[in-house]
Design a protein around this ligand. Structure first.
Ligand code: AMP
Length: 376
C-alpha cells in the first residue's frame, strides 16, 4: 500500500487533516496552495503557486498517484487540466455544480431533492420579479464564492429590496425563500471507485454569524423518515455525479407542524469535499471522514462510518481559548490548524466524546463556556 503520492489542491486545515489521516496508511502528500503560510506548510511538500499557473500544475502533477481538492473554489479549469495528467477525484463536474448556487439548486431539483424556492437574479427587474414570485422574507445570495454566510442579505420587507440590491447588485445572484427551519443537519457520505456507498450518522449543526459553531452526533431526536430521506438524497447526488470521495450536503429540517413545506428536509448546499461538520469523525467514528476520503480516491475499501458513542465538535473561531483548560477535560480532543488569529477565522476545533447523551451535554456545556468566552 505504500508509495502512494496524493496531490491536493488547497492547503488549509482540511488538507492538513487529510495528510494526518493518510500517513498511517503509508501515503505521502503534495499540496498546491497560493498562500505561503498555508496550514500544511510544515507537514508536507507544499508548492506555493496560483491555481492557474500551468507550469506549476505540471510540476505539481509529476509522479502523483491521484489528485483531489480540499478547497471548493479551486477553478474547475485547473481540476480539468490536472485530469490530463492524473486521475482527479471527486470528478471536476462536482466542483462545477457546487461552485454556482443556481446550478446546485437546479441539480437538486432535477434529482427530486427539495430545496427552498429559488429564482435567478441578473438585474434589478429580475430581482423584483423574483420577490413577487417567491415572496418575503427571502435571502439574496451571490451565486459564486459565497461561504460562511458571506455574500448574502436577508430581505424581510419590500423596503429592504433597494438596500440588498445596492449591496450585492452587479453580479450573478440567486433569491431564495427564507426557510424557517427547525434545525440544520448535514449528511456526509462516501462513494468508492467501485460504487460502494457509506453514510455517516446525520449531524445536527448550529451556526453563529453564518459560520458553523457546533455539531452534535447523533442528531438528537432524529426520526427514521428524515434519516432515510437524507441518505436517499446523498445517494442520488453521488450516483448522478459518478462521485468518488466524501461529499457533504447541508440540510434544513422543517418542523412538520409548520406544514409550510411539504417535505421535512430541504437541501441547502453541497460540498464536494471533506467538511467541517465531519470533523467529529476523527475521534468519534470508526473511520474518520479524512481517512475514508483517501481510501475512496485511492481505490481502497471504505471504512465503517458508525459513531463510537455521543460526540460533539465546537469550532475555535477568531481567537483561541485557554487550551490547557480544554485539555484538562475528560475525552476532549484539541485540533489546532496553525493559523494566525483573525476575526471570523477557523483556527481549530475541539471534539468531546461521551458514552451517553447526558455526559456529552455536560462536557459540551463546559467546552462552550470556555470557547465562547474567548471569542467575545
Ligand atoms: P449558506 O452559505 O447557504 O450555507 O448559508 C449560511 C447559513 O445561512 C445557513 O447555514 C443557514 O443558517 C442560513 N441560510 C442560508 N440559506 C437560507 C434560507 N434559504 N433560509 C433560511 N436560512 C438560510
Amino acid at each position: 500500500m505504500s508509495g502512494r503520492l496524493i496531490g491536493i489542491l488547497g492547503g488549509g486545515q482540511l488538507g492538513r487533516m487529510l495528510a494526518l489521516a493518510g500517513y498511517p496508511l503509508g501515503m505521502r502528500f503534495r499540496f498546491l496552495d497560493p498562500a505561503g503560510d498555508a496550514p500544511v506548510r510544515f507537514l508536507a511538500d507544499h508548492l506555493v503557486a496560483s491555481y492557474d499557473d500551468h507550469l506549476a500544475l505540471a510540476q505539481f502533477s509529476a509522479g502523483l498517484t491521484v489528485a483531489t481538492y480540499e478547497f471548493e473554489n479551486v477553478p474547475v479549469a485547473t481540476a480539468r487540466a490536472l485530469e490530463q495528467h492524473v486521475p482527479v477525484f471527486p470528478p471536476p463536474q462536482a466542483l462545477d455544480v457546487a461552485q454556482d448556487r443556481l446550478a446546485e439548486k437546479r441539480f437538486f431539483t432535477q434529482l427530486n431533492i427539495p430545496t427552498a424556492p429559488f429564482a435567478p437574479v441578473e438585474d434589478r427587474a429580475s430581482l423584483d420579479a423574483a420577490v413577487t414570485h417567491i415572496g418575503l422574507p427571502a435571502i439574496l445570495k451571490t451565486r459564486r464564492l459565497g461561504y460562511d454566510g458571506k455574500g448574502q442579505i436577508l430581505i424581510e420587507t419590500h423596503s429592504d429590496v433597494d438596500h440588498a440590491w445596492n449591496a450585492l447588485g452587479g453580479q450573478l445572484l440567486i433569491l431564495e425563500g427564507f426557510v424557517s427551519f427547525a434545525r440544520e443537519l448535514s449528511i456526509l457520505a462516501v462513494r468508492g471507485q467501485d460504487g460502494d456507498i457509506v453514510c455517516y450518522p446525520l449531524v445536527e449543526n448550529v451556526h453563529r454569524n453564518g459560520i458553523l459553531h457546533r455539531s452534535i452526533v447523533p442528531a438528537p431526536g432524529l426520526t427514521a423518515e428524515v434519516n432515510i430521506l437524507a441518505e436517499t438524497y446523498a445517494r442520488r447526488v453521488l450516483e448522478a455525479l459518478d462521485y468518488v470521495g466524501v461529499l457533504a450536503i447541508e440540510l434544513f429540517e422543517v418542523d412538520a407542524a409548520g406544514a409550510e413545506h411539504a417535505a421535512p428536509l430541504l437541501a441547502n448546499e453541497m460540498a464536494p469535499r471533506v467538511h467541517n461538520s465531519g470533523h467529529w469523525t476523527i475521534e468519534g467514528a470508526v473511520t474518520s471522514q479524512f481517512e475514508n476520503h483517501l481510501r475512496a480516491i485511492a481505490g481502497l475499501p471504505l471504512g465503517q462510518t458508525s459513531a463510537r458513542g455521543y460526540v460533539a465538535m465546537v469550532n475555535l473561531i477568531g481567537r483561541l481559548p485557554d487550551v490547557t483548560m480544554l485539555l484538562a477535560l475528560p475525552d476532549t480532543h484539541l485540533h489546532l490548524y496553525d493559523k494566525a488569529p483573525r476575526p471570523g477565522r477557523k483556527l481549530g476545533h475541539v471534539t468531546v466524546c461521551a458514552e451517553d447523551a447526558d455526559h456529552l451535554l455536560e462536557r459540551l456545556a463546559v467546552v462552550e463556556r470556555y470557547v465562547l468566552a474567548s471569542e467575545r
